[in-house]
Design a protein around this ligand. Structure first.
Ligand SMILES: Cc1cc2nc3c(=O)[nH]c(=O)nc-3n(C[C@H](O)[C@H](O)[C@H](O)COP(=O)(O)OP(=O)(O)OC[C@H]3O[C@@H](n4cnc5c(N)ncnc54)[C@H](O)[C@@H]3O)c2cc1C
Length: 366
């Protein structure tokens, strides 16, 4: 249940192997983070990279490259996948030490070209970056996608192969002797032999259904879409957890915030000021940019910032796939692939052991 990128990718990969599933979505597909994310596909950094997220991030990248051709052919939807180099700016000596410390590892990863750039070299890539930078890291091999079109294409691709997407709110699970028998919706029950909990930041509701902590909470993020003067920003300019890039709609998209604001999905003035402040720190020449649209959505974030992925211990037929945090557009397809593998074959070649849902119960134990 859950019509975000993770639930839909699971349904898509199941359908590809002839298994029909029902995606239950209480709003509309892609109506939360999966439809309003930025769409950067950058497997070279973030929590768990290098580390337990890296295999999933690389598989996510591989699947995105594959789906960039497959989904438009299958559905007629252009997902706007395109290579997008990153230019990560460095303002302080501490940031410089951090970036140069991980440069060697990054340069060893096949498929990416990673270089340290002096300020003049960085400005040769994007002339509007701040005069204040000490340098920048250039990464080639990264990409971007339009998240909303991507989830729509996954949904249509899955439907064409027999999946059903239906409206409904899941209220609980029907279980018998540790085995799943169905799900309880608001006004009806639906029988099934397997269930995937992919409810994004709302997945914590399943803790009560499973008697096991699914420790996922919302981390709000906001994005501004701006009409900016001058030529498009051709790479993804980043600093700290902020970024900006011109999207195929011709607008400059700038993000983001990291806010602990519960389940509030409303854009705020404070969010606007934070994002604008970071944008102008990165590229002061964009002070004249005009706001066209502001969006806010919620990342599903686990306690250790890593996805929660795998079969639920002692509950036959129940799987959890959530907690992708800031990387869900990148890793969502890999999470769907791994979940489909678990359902179809009882195992996956992806290294998902460190991501198991049981880890929170262990963390909680004295
Ligand atoms: C501002 C911002 C920018 C981002 N940028 C990037 C990026 O550039 N690159 C990247 O890789 N990631 C990015 N992310 C992260 C990414 O968007 C998320 O990790 C990802 O979308 C999570 O997908 P999901 O399917 O787990 O959850 P969601 O997209 O939240 O989907 C879950 C769905 O479950 C449904 N649901 C919940 N409860 C129930 C219920 N009881 N019954 C039925 N349905 C239910 C919800 O309505 C929802 O549609 C960004 C996130 C934010 C907020």
């Amino acid at each position: 249940m859950g019509g975000g990128i993770v639930g839909l990718a699971t349904a898509y990969f199941l359908a590809k192997e002839g298994v029909r599933s029902v995606v239950i979505e209480r709003d509309a597909v892609g109506s939360h983070a999966s439809g309003f994310a930025f769409g950067n596909l950058s497997p070279m950094g973030g929590v768990g990279i290098p580390g337990p997220l890296y295999p999933l991030a690389q598989e996510g990248m591989r699947l995105h490259r594959e789906l960039a051709a497959a989904l438009p052919a299958e559905t007629g939807i252009d997902t706007a996948y395109r290579p997008r180099p990153a230019l990560d700016l460095v303002f302080t000596e501490e940031e410089q030490r951090f970036e140069q410390g991980r440069l060697g590892w990054r340069q060893q990863q096949p498929g990416y070209q990673v270089r340290w750039l002096e300020p003049a070299e960085a400005r040769a890539v994007e002339p509007r970056v701040s005069e204040q930078i000490l340098g920048a890291v250039s990464i080639e091999g990264t990409a971007e996608v339009d998240p909303y079109r991507f989830v729509l294409a996954l949904a249509q691709g899955a439907e064409k192969l027999g999946a059903t997407i239906r409206h409904g709110t899941v209220r609980g699970l029907l279980q018998e002797g540790g085995r799943i028998r169905g799900v309880r919706l608001e006004h009806e029950e639906m029988a099934c032999g397997r269930v995937v909990i992919a409810m994004g930041p709302w997945s914590g509701e399943a803790s009560a259904w499973l008697g096991l902590p699914v420790e996922v909470r919302p981390l709000k993020g906001q994005i501004l879409r701006l009409r900016a003067p001058g030529p498009p920003v051709q790479c993804s300019v980043g600093w700290s957890h902020h970024y900006a890039s011109t999207k195929p709609d011709g607008l400059l998209w700038a993000g983001t915030t990291e806010e602990e604001a519960g389940f509030d999905e409303n854009p705020t003035q404070e969010g606007r000021e934070t994002v604008m402040g970071a944008l102008l720190k990165m590229m002061p020449a964009l002070a004249e940019a005009q706001l066209v649209r502001q969006t806010a959505c919620l990342r599903p974030l686990s306690r250790d910032w890593l996805p929660v992925l795998g079969a639920v211990p002692d509950r036959h037929g129940v799987y959890v796939a959530t907690g992708a945090g800031r990387k869900g557009i990148l890793v969502g397809p890999a999470m769907g692939r791994a979940t489909a593998d678990l359902i179809l074959r009882g195992g996956t070649e992806l290294a998902i052991e460190p991501l198991g849902v049981g880890r929170f119960a262990k963390m909680a134990a004295p």
